[in-house]
Design a protein around this ligand. Structure first.
Ligand code: LIP
Length: 264
């Protein structure tokens, strides 16, 4: 790759913040909503507009890098060796309902090596930018961040309910019951990217979701590993950046406890 990774990450962060301001300035009541395949899976005109903005900005900056976004109509495979993997509005249902807790998630991924090189996750409602580069550490609004040392018993555990695929609901609820019994409390914020960013920032000690897409976790996974945490799929393997996967994450102590609960 000819460009400096820090320069790319800087442009990703600027783009994520500008895209977040589009989200922030849009009244959800004013945008059209379309249902996608699966249950409760929606896309708004704002998701599409934000993704077009991000794609345009990043292609002007680095036309040689591929683009793979959640709202691509021709949702083929991740075909480029190097690609931006983007969720323009992570937490679309939150956005639709005016819950004001959604994020723009942009990852630069080395698809062949199945790893994220740079990450930018921005929540415009809290004006918080979470960023990282591979080997360069993780930051919250420019300040170093790291996972907590809390075990489940002394921490809050985040989870996603896989709302788009209700076939795994019973499995999810059984796991939620086991996790809930072990921690201070559980939280479902409705946005995977922010769940993962909050683990990296030490606010949540752990997170799981039975099925997510690469654009949901490609950036958050790097935030967590660069902040000293651990993130894998339910088998303990690296997350697949080219296809949906299960996700479990946490600081090292809570991750180990969560893995045991998942394997029960
Ligand atoms: C959402 C995730 C959330 C998950 C939903 C959906 P979207 O992403 O952030 O954690 O539970 O199934 O994947 O669709 O709002 O970008």
């Amino acid at each position: 790759m000819t460009r400096d990774i820090n320069e790319i990450c800087r442009v990703m962060c600027l783009t994520a913040k500008s895209a977040g301001r589009i989200m922030y300035g849009t009244n959800p009541a004013d945008v059209g909503i379309t249902q996608k395949p699966g249950t409760a899976n929606y896309v708004t005109e704002c998701d599409v507009a934000v993704q077009k903005y991000i794609a345009r900005e990043l292609s002007v900056f680095s036309p040689e890098i591929g683009f793979f976004g959640e709202e691509d109509t021709e949702k083929g495979k991740l075909i480029s060796d190097l690609a931006f993997v983007v969720d323009p509005i992570d937490g679309t249902s939150n956005f639709m309902m005016g819950l004001r807790l959604s994020a723009v998630s942009i990852a630069l991924c080395d698809v062949k090596a199945n790893r994220t090189l740079a990450a930018a996750v921005y929540c415009p409602y809290t004006d918080e930018l979470f960023s990282a580069t591979l080997g360069g550490g993780a930051y919250l609004n420019g300040e170093p961040m790291q996972v907590s040392a809390r075990d489940l018993e002394h921490g809050l555990a985040g989870y996603g309910s896989t709302p788009y695929d209700r076939t795994v609901a019973d499995r999810h609820m059984a796991l939620l019951s086991r996790v809930y019994a072990k921690c201070i409390d559980v939280r479902n914020l409705g946005t995977a990217a922010l769940h993962l960013a909050y683990v990296a920032a030490g606010r949540l000690c752990a997170f799981y979701e039975l099925r997510l897409s690469p654009w949901d976790y490609a950036a958050g996974a790097l935030l967590i590993t660069e902040a000293g945490g651990k993130i894998t799929n339910f088998s303990g393997d690296p997350l697949d950046l080219s296809a949906p996967d299960s996700v479990m994450a946490g600081n090292p102590v809570a991750y180990a406890e969560l893995k045991e609960l998942i394997e029960e």
